[in-house]
Design a protein around this ligand. Structure first.
Ligand SMILES: [Zn+2]
Length: 255
């Protein structure tokens, strides 16, 4: 096993696109906080404001959305993220529509991310106790369709902005990860950000998320794991070519 090295890759601009407030905190907030600390501009895009996510009969859709947007903004601030875009689709009703793809193309062209973090459109269920939320799949598919080829094509809806090529797509919660990001320095921020979603998470979730991070890093260090697709090659760096991406320690050498 190679010795663990610090991660080097930091995108100039990263955009995390999620279905609901708290999806980013569960999935990739440790990586986003790490990149923000190292100078990246990080943008969160929330397709819904989670306006159906309660069993509390005193809430309306509007009151719940307002509360959850405040929680999301607080969570983003913990991780050094101040750019948060809300598309305000109805929670539970998201489909990978042309309208959603166009909304995402508009935001990709506006912010020009080098890396887009997507949800996994392939996951219908996982293990023997989890059915994936349909909004997660729909947002994941719309994200990929917005990245390629739509956002980069000049004749495709020029009114949505100048074309932009996303270099890399990082799929969070993927069951076939090829990159593990060491979040030793930002795990506490990830947990703190998650706890900002007071309407959604109980305190015991903090322990669970920390355990997941250590399990993802196979006990070596806390990590977030991604299926990374490099649509455009990175410039050669000293880290490239040192390792394969088959296990966390070797993949972390490269990232
Ligand atoms: Zn969700």
């Amino acid at each position: 096993m190679p010795a663990m090295q610090p991660n080097h890759f930091v995108p100039t601009v990263a955009m995390a696109i999620a279905a609901h407030p708290d999806d980013i905190e569960f999935g990739c907030a440790g990586t986003c906080a790490k990149w923000a600390q190292q100078g990246a501009r990080v943008v969160y895009v929330l397709v819904t404001s989670g306006n159906a996510g309660t069993h509390d009969p005193t809430h309306t859709r509007d009151s719940l959305a307002a509360l959850r947007e405040q929680e999301q903004l607080a969570a983003a601030a913990v991780c050094g993220v101040s750019d948060v875009e809300f598309l305000r689709y109805n929670d539970g009703e998201v489909t990978p529509s042309l309208a959603l793809r166009m909304d995402l193309v508009r935001l990709i062209r506006k912010h020009k991310p080098e890396v887009v973090i997507a949800m996994d459109p392939r996951m219908i269920f996982s293990g023997d106790d989890y059915i994936n939320h349909p909004d997660h799949r729909a947002v994941g598919l719309a994200t990929l369709e917005a990245v390629f080829p739509a956002a980069a094509m000049p004749l495709w809806h020029p009114e949505l902005g100048a074309p932009h090529k996303v270099r890399e797509v990082w799929v969070q919660w993927a069951e076939d990860p090829n990159v593990w990001v060491d979040i030793s320095d930002t795990l506490a921020l990830k947990v703190q950000a998650l706890m900002m979603h007071k309407s959604q998470v109980e305190p015991k979730v903090a322990e669970m998320v920390q355990r997941w991070a250590w399990e993802a890093g196979r006990g070596l260090c806390p990590t977030e794991a991604f299926k990374v697709m490099r649509l455009m090659k990175r410039d050669p760096s000293p880290e490239d070519g040192q390792a394969t991406a088959q296990d966390p320690t070797s993949a972390m050498l490269r990232n």
